[in-house]
Design a protein around this ligand. Structure first.
Ligand code: NAP
Length: 273
């Protein structure tokens, strides 16, 4: 699996999402993903499945060093002291000695950004997480994080798929050598039913979902983390790594609407800031 080197870690470009699989039911799903070859597992305290993710890792027999495991701190813990507490809870649920990437899940209006980032940097310095990252930051927050606090951000994780453009943010993070991790890369399943993607898929002997993944991985510095409960979809998503799009495919996808954001909780930041 191709990886992207960033801040001393190598992130597999195709990861496995675990949102909306709370509790023990997540374990066999992650075990199946690991058996098929996924090595990058994206979890979060908020997903309420860290224990199951950890159990799947332990049962898989895959060497810890061959895995890239992430988790995230929820936005009500973004103060000095609270980040470490949340980290301790996550790592004990996962039953791991360290995680590969610890991320801020969502920003909050009253977060103490420098203090929170400093605490994450301390966790990194202590080797409890190999890298740190942020999710759902707008441009203003990214500038503060990268240019003022100078936090060694290994990735920015945001919603990105064929129906939501991220050109402004992509240009910024590429300029700073920060990979962009695309969450909801299948637009939460909608990509599978899109006619344009289906038509492109026919030319490649592929499905529309595979084309959505191939489109993301066709872009420099982009990582994608589709979630799939079904084993057949997990397998099919892995096979998307083999698809090579051409200019005709790229222009057809470029012509799709690029303003469809599907993840919009009430606490989301101002995306235009
Ligand atoms: N940082 C954040 O704030 C944030 C927010 C959202 C998501 N995420 C992360 O990103 C991951 C991915 O996002 P997501 O789970 O929201 O959405 P997604 O990966 O875009 O879509 C998942 C949906 O697509 C379906 N699917 C998967 N592979 C398919 C295939 N080959 N053909 C047809 N359908 C397929 C899945 O079905 P089945 O599961 O039924 O197989 C599921 O319903 C999450 O799991 C999570 O780890 C992070």
């Amino acid at each position: 699996m191709e990886t992207i080197e960033t801040q001393g870690v190598a992130i597999p470009r195709l990861g496995f999402g675990t949102f909306r699989m709370p509790g023990g039911g997540c374990q066999p799903v992650v075990e199946s993903a690991l058996a098929l070859g996924f090595r990058h597992i994206d979890s979060a305290a908020m997903y309420e499945n860290e224990e199951a993710v950890g159990a799947a890792i332990s049962a898989s027999g895959v060497k810890r060093g061959d895995l890239f495991v992430t988790t995230k701190v929820w936005h009500d813990h973004l103060r000095r002291g609270a980040v470490r507490k949340a980290f301790d809870a996550s790592i004990s649920q996962l039953k791991l000695d360290y995680v590969d990437l610890y991320m801020v899940h969502w920003p909050s209006a009253d977060m103490d950004l420098p203090a929170m980032l400093e605490e994450m940097m301390t966790l990194k310095a202590e080797g409890r997480t190999r890298a740190i990252g942020v999710c759902n930051f707008n441009m203003k927050m990214m500038r503060l994080t990268v240019e003022e606090v100078r936090a060694p951000i290994a990735t920015l994780q945001i919603e990105y798929h064929p129906f939501l453009g991220q050109s402004r943010m992509l240009e910024y993070v590429r300029g700073k050598n920060i990979p962009l991790t695309a969450y909801a890369p299948l637009a939460q399943g909608r990509a599978a039913h899109n006619e344009t993607l289906q038509t492109i898929g026919k030319r490649h002997g592929a499905t529309a979902a595979q084309i959505a993944i191939a489109w993301l991985l066709d872009q420099k510095g982009v990582i994608a983390i589709p979630k799939a409960q079904k084993e057949s979809s997990q397998r099919s998503n892995l096979h998307a790594l083999k698809i090579k799009l051409d200019d005709q495919d790229r222009s057809a996808i470029a012509a799709l609407p690029k303003d469809l954001r599907y993840v919009k909780p009430p606490f989301a930041p101002d995306w235009d800031a």
